[in-house]
Design a protein around this ligand. Structure first.
Ligand code: IMP
Length: 217
């Protein structure tokens, strides 16, 4: 096939920019679900980041295959290989047995301010010394190919739960996530610095490497 496209199962422009930065130089086009005309929001009822990423990717892939078959989207017939990718991520706190994990977005309520969520976690960890405050952001990236093959990879960013909130960059749980190598939280480093070490950046790069190994890219 002559052209490869990645349809990323997200509405988040930041995630699409990140994957474009990684594969843009390879001449691969990256589209959001909306741009591809295949929007869906499946119930992510898996028990791991990988399962949830795969649920999303498979459900978008089913719509892509249907659109290709019905001639609403360029596909194998036009020499186009549409690869569907998705991600699922969250914060894993060791002293909380891995919570909030796959429930990170809905932890303490989906619409609850992240300062409230972070203060709740810091309160739970009030008696935990620095060595025990280890945590990581984890991201799973899933890819589903036109022939039905599916792959998942994981990426991590290691750190500690701090004692206070600091920084304006990033989003979600970044302001209390302390990166020892920077002496700052992940909300205090620049977006470029974060992309270089982030769980999602690592997982996306690992997926590209995996697809290259498989001879797909
Ligand atoms: P999702 O994978 O986009 O559904 O994100 C899951 C949730 O994990 C987000 O809503 C955040 O609460 C949290 N999360 C994932 N990655 C990060 C990050 O890089 N910084 C801060 N919070 C994150």
């Amino acid at each position: 096939m002559s052209r490869t496209r990645i349809i990323f199962a997200t509405g988040n422009a930041g995630k699409v920019r990140e994957i474009k930065d990684i594969v843009g130089h390879m001449g691969i086009e990256v589209l959001t679900m909306r741009e591809a005309g295949v929007e869906t929001d499946p119930l992510e009822d898996g028990t791991s980041f990988e399962e949830n990423a795969l649920i999303k990717a498979r459900s978008v892939a089913a719509l892509v295959r249907k659109a290709e078959e019905e001639g609403r989207m360029e596909g194998p017939g036009q020499g186009v290989m549409n690869i569907v990718m998705s991600d699922d991520s969250g914060l894993v706190v060791d002293a909380l047995g891995g919570a909030p994990g796959i429930y990170s977005a809905r932890f303490q309520g989906r619409d609850t301010d992240y300062r409230v969520k972070m203060n709740y976690i810091m309160d739970q960890l009030r008696d935990v010394p620095w060595e025990g405050r280890t945590a990581r952001f984890t991201a799973a990236v899933a890819a589903v190919l036109p022939d039905g093959r599916a792959f998942t990879v994981l990426g991590h960013m290691e750190g500690h739960i701090g004692y206070e909130i600091a920084g304006e960059n990033g989003f979600g749980y970044d302001p209390f996530f302390y990166l020892p190598q920077y002496g700052k939280t992940s909300a205090e480093i620049s977006p470029e610095e974060k992309n270089a070490i982030s769980h999602r950046g690592r997982a996306l790069r690992a997926m590209v490497a995996r697809l290259q190994e498989e001879g797909v890219l």
